[in-house]
Design a protein around this ligand. Structure first.
Ligand code: ATP
Length: 233
């Protein structure tokens, strides 16, 4: 189980962005984290992945645990080694490298199983399998998104953190990404899914959290949230 307990995050020592949030991602489940622009969703993922310092952000209270063991004091690469891996928002692939070079970089914490993990990723993304030598920067937006997810999967994480995977994609591709997330989860990976597309996220997750200006305002089974008028709004 991946868990956040009363986590508070401050940027530049003064800007309080997360005001004591708690959430839980059980093994093998999909959990949705929803909220409007600026609510703090990306900050939550950065806190879990240990990459707040790049943005001059800090966890000032609370704790993040994996199976009850605190992980919030670990470096980003140790957190990946522990089994938590994030696919970044905005499809931040390395544009000048090929598809396969991008994927190999994702495996830097887990070289021994490189072949096995590459097979898994190519199985999930046949489009990538067809063009391993293609320069990533020339891929379509949807393919870059898939490459970003594939790269995160190359460390064979127990928990995959996804930041708005459907952002900017045409409806058909949103459907494709949705099916791929379901398949990744079916293969045993727990998923924390940050989305603005609440409809998509709530139909594939078991549980959902709603963040509003740094505070968790709702926490319910996704089926319940889907029925809620306010949530749909
Ligand atoms: P979006 O969907 O727009 O990305 P979000 O819910 O992911 O929104 P965050 O990106 O976590 O929200 O931002 C939450 C708040 O923190 C916003 O008010 C934002 O301006 C602020 N913030 C984010 N990053 C920084 C930073 N590096 N320095 C200062 N403030 C920041």
């Amino acid at each position: 189980m991946l868990a956040l307990k009363n986590v508070e995050v401050v940027y530049h020592d003064v800007i309080l962005v997360l005001r004591g949030i708690s959430l839980q991602v059980p093994d093998g489940k999909i959990v949705a984290l929803l909220g409007a622009n600026g609510a703090g969703k990306t900050t939550t993922l950065r806190a879990i992945s240990g990459i707040l310092d790049v943005q001059d952000g800090k966890i000032t209270k609370g704790e993040i645990t994996l199976d009850g063991e605190p992980i919030h004091h670990l470096s980003a690469s140790k957190i990946v080694r522990k089994g938590v891996s994030q696919a970044l928002e905005g499809r931040r692939v390395l544009a000048e490298l090929t598809v396969e070079e991008n994927l190999r970089l994702g495996a830097h914490t887990n070289h021994r199983r490189l072949g096995e993990n590459l097979d898994r990723v190519y199985g999930l993304f046949p489009d990538l399998k067809q063009r391993p030598k293609f320069i990533a920067g020339y891929l379509s937006g949807g393919q870059q998104q898939m490459l970003a997810i594939g790269r995160a999967l190359m460390s064979a994480p127990r928990f995959l953190l996804l930041d708005e995977p459907s952002l900017g994609l045409a409806p058909m591709l949103v459907q494709e990404i949705r099916d791929i997330i379901v398949e990744i989860n079916r293969q045993g990976t727990g998923v924390l899914l940050v989305e603005q597309n609440a409809g998509m996220a709530l139909t594939i997750s078991q549980h959902g959290y709603i963040l509003e200006i740094g505070k968790m305002v709702m926490d319910k089974a996704s089926s319940e949230l889907l029925k809620d008028e306010d949530v749909r709004e």
